[in-house]
Design a protein around this ligand. Structure first.
Ligand code: FAD
Ligand code: UDP
Length: 380
């Protein structure tokens, strides 16, 4: 038998495309080298019975109604507004920086209006905002940049913010009101029974076959297929022809505590101390009730699983060459965070996958115009 599509990767990109294709009668085989589906959004129960995210904390948020409604076919939701505090100068204060952050940190009692002036008096004029450093110093000045962003970013990326695209730090806004939510998207919710369960339901279709613990290279030449959807690293697909694209990785250190709660907020960021960037306590994200609790600390590294594409000019130039090659490879479609080398959130990848499906479908049906979901891209 010949599959209509071989899909490499059972993460957001591969699973959404698989489900869509199966729904219109295509027979698809999804392969993943890991022992599970759901990609980096995978969650599971640890030895203590606490639901954890194996590849770091995942919080779903989007402004795209179409994406939210699409995923709602496969899961019920639990409303969840994410909150983060930063450990700075011996205090825990809200991040994104807001009115309470500044009043607490500096012992002030400013109003929103006064805070705007306070920021303006510290902001440095920057002619053209090109780097992540520019984003912050042009808005709030160098002191807050040093306290909240420089150290965190150097740990996370192994680079100074002045060497990273503006889009990286622009993910984190600065506010003059008291809004302490990490995200302000219209839809903010976690899958009621976890991400993995949502993916199980998405992939539960008679037209979808799944092979886990399977590298693409193992099946490429032996499983007949008409077209290929690839969601692994694009440089790997082309045998590193133009050199390796750098990806940033993380070591996760999980710890189960014999207490009900370990910290006062879901995430604490540590911009200036320790080798890790942040500690997340999963029960806040999942709503699980359990007498114990599990946290994860993230230690950034250069080696390991590719988690983060690195947005900067040097890498964009290498990716451009791979993209040109990808565009000239008939019958192969590249989708997802690694295959398109984009610092995308889950909803961005979901949107990208739906768009790919619609375009492919429109071509098959001879249509010329395709309506695609609009996902606000914080980072491209
Ligand atoms: P992946 O999930 O990486 O899936 C790709 C799959 O392909 C993997 O399972 C891999 O094993 C498989 N694969 C790769 N190469 C091969 C091969 N050669 N053969 C076989 N299989 C292969 N997004 C949010 O929206 N909110 C968050 O809070 C959030 N937090 C994050 C925290 C961390 C630490 C990280 C790393 C990411 C976070 N993200 C978050 C981003 C989110 O994980 C991604 O947007 C999304 O999972 C990308 O889906 P994907 O399918 O493109 O890639
Ligand atoms: N960042 C920072 N300090 C913080 C939070 C974020 O410097 O307290 C910077 C850092 O460069 C980080 C980027 O902003 O990598 C994006 O942060 P986000 O929380 O979106 O990162 P992710 O959840 O994708 O790891």
């Amino acid at each position: 038998m010949t599959f209509d599509f071989l899909i490499v990767g059972a993460g957001f990109a591969g699973s959404v495309v698989a489900e869509r294709l199966a729904s219109v009668g295509k027979r698809v085989l999804v392969v993943d080298k890991r022992s599970h589906i759901a990609g980096n959004a995978y969650d599971c129960y640890d030895d203590a019975g606490v639901l954890i995210h194996k590849y770091g904390p995942h919080i779903f948020h989007t402004n795209a109604k179409e994406i939210f409604e699409y995923l709602s076919r496969f899961t019920a939701w639990r409303q969840y507004q994410h909150r983060v505090q930063a450990s700075v100068d011996g205090q825990l204060v809200p991040i994104p920086i807001n009115l309470d952050t500044i009043n607490q940190l500096y012992g002030l009692n400013l109003s929103s209006f006064e805070l705007e002036e306070w920021f303006a008096s510290r902001a440095e004029p920057v002619e053209r905002i090109a780097t992540s450093e520019d984003v912050v110093v042009s808005k709030v000045g160098r002191e807050l940049y040093e306290k909240f962003f420089r150290g965190y970013t150097r740990k996370q990326w192994g680079l100074d913010p002045s060497d990273l695209d503006a889009s990286v730090i622009a993910r984190v806004p600065t506010r003059t009101n008291r809004d302490a939510r990490y995200f302000t998207d219209t839809y903010q919710a976690q899958p009621m029974h976890g991400f993995t369960r949502m993916f199980e339901r998405m992939l539960d279709h008679p037209n979808i076959k799944i092979m886990l613990n399977t590298e693409y290279a193992e099946v490429r030449d032996i499983i007949p297929h008409r077209e290929l959807i690839f969601s692994g690293p694009v440089d790997e697909f082309f045998g590193y022809r133009y050199g390796k694209l750098p990806y940033r990785s993380l070591d996760f250190r999980f710890e189960t505590h014999d207490t009900e709660w370990a910290q006062s907020v879901p995430v604490v960021n540590y911009p200036n101390d320790y080798a890790f960037t942040r500690i997340t306590e999963f029960k806040y994200l999942t709503g699980q009730v359990h007498p114990k609790t599990t946290t994860v600390a993230e230690y950034p590294t250069a080696e390991g699983d590719p988690y983060y594409p690195i947005p900067r000019r040097e890498t964009a130039e290498i990716y451009k060459r791979y993209k040109a090659l990808a565009d000239q490879t008939p019958g192969v479609f590249f989708v997802g965070r690694l295959a398109t080398y984009r610092y995308y959130n889950m909803d961005h990848v979901g949107g990208q996958a739906l768009t790919l499906f619609k375009k492919r479908r429109a071509r098959e049906n001879g249509a010329v115009k395709v309506s695609v979901p609009t996902v606000e891209l914080a980072a491209t």
